[in-house]
Design a protein around this ligand. Sequence first.
Ligand SMILES: [Zn+2]
Length: 249
Amino acid sequence: MGFEETVETHFPGAMRSSDYIQRTSEALHGYGFHATNAIVCASVCRDELTRNLIEEIEKAWTHVFDFSSLAGMLYLGKTGFKTASHHSPNEDGEERVVYFAFPHISIDAEGVIGNCYRSGRKDVSHACGALFGLQKELANGSITLDFDSDDIELSLLKQRMLKKIRYGEVPDLVTLTKIAHSAIREDLERMIYLTVNNDPVSYAVFTGVQIHGPDNQTWIWTDTPYVVVKDDLEKLTKLNVMPKPLLVA
Ligand SMILES: [Zn+2]
């Protein structure tokens, strides 16, 4: 099974990141979000492989606040969320925030999950390296859970992930990546609730998984996106403004 078949098997409906950014931008235009009148908060893994998605977001949006941490987890806390929302342009009297958040996974040309090749390096590499390492620890049955102040982000990642994994369970890398996505989405929604929910701020939520394929391809598998215009929660799905593939959860 090659790359595209493997993507379709595990991440049905995934699309190229350029299509994804274009479709999400067009959908938001219908709600009054435009390139220059919103702050975009984007979280991906720190891995350099993820940067082309950030670059595509930066081409579509003028103001981009980087939320990224290891594995795409959201560790910037209420202070970071509040700071970002206070950077929203407001010359027209409105404030708008767009949230993008993605863990990531690589799939090589042969469809091997977790494998990738990095330019300038001879051997096979892995993404997400942090989740790949956690999967190995779980498979070996020996996981270090002590909080290490010299390894803060990995310590937090393990603590957060283990809350979502049943004792003795050993998820494969695809499952672990989807667990990371659900943790990120929960944390994102909790932080929105704690920071902007009571403010007159319109916002949109886009989460999913960033998939690295051969030849630097980036694909996006998406969970249901939505936009909140003031207090009015409108699922984009209900309004059918997003093309079908984007709606596959
Ligand atoms: Zn990573």
